[in-house]
Design a protein around this ligand. Sequence first.
Ligand code: NHR
Ligand code: GAR
Length: 218
Amino acid sequence: MKKRIAVLISGSGTNLQAVINAVDAGIINAEIVLVISNKADAYGITRAQNADIETLVLQHTDYNSRLDFDLAMLEQLEQKNVDLVVLAGFMRILSDEFVRHFSGRMLNIHPSLLPKHKGLHTHQRALEAGDTEHGCSVHFVTAQLDDGPVALQAIVPVTATDREQQLQHKVHLREHIAYPKVIAWFCADRLRCIDNKLYLNDELLPANGFKLPFDALD
Ligand code: NHR
Ligand code: GAR
């Protein structure tokens, strides 16, 4: 059965675009049934509309609490019978209730090689730490921020001349390869999250996931 995906965004939505393209190309066997943004001016909303995908803006500022906002999203996602929730630059921390509801079926892409640099401003922090390697991680979402099991990491070498902007750009390009790949695995029933452990083709993945080297094209 074709999986039903919802994508949650807050911004420009280049990762959303990469997922849309991979669905269109038949690389991901799924339908994107809903895109939700917590920001009215997110360009990702326009991307979804251009692809004839249903969109919804739910502004967290319209709700009294984090939980009320999350429950409003949950209701919409349930109405759409969503199999997989994809966080793509979604900038609101989600409550335990929401996370538990989608346990084992919610993914995030985080711009660092987890467990390094959880939270925000990851590129600057990688530079300040003198890291020689940086990158992104695709992980299942758990209640603990940026702590869920990692399915795949794409590695980006840090060069002496890199500043935050350049590093961010290099990582972004790798995100657009890494994220559709993991979503395709999940939608083909090849990737499973059981008891916080990940299995790809029924084989246990190493801690911190499959590694995508910088010279790998796909
Ligand atoms: N929620 C849970 N429970 N667990 C995770 O692992 C989550 C999550 C929600 C979002 C993405 C994450 C990232 O990849 C993500 C992972 C937002 C913040 C944050 O501090 C931190 C991490 C992530 C997303 N948000 C502020 C907040 O108060 C708002 C910041 C802003 O609006 O700019 O929610 O890094
Ligand atoms: C991406 O780099 C993603 O890794 C990051 O935001 C960017 C969104 O870009 N996510 C976080 O920092 C989550 N806290 P996009 O809107 O163009 O996909």
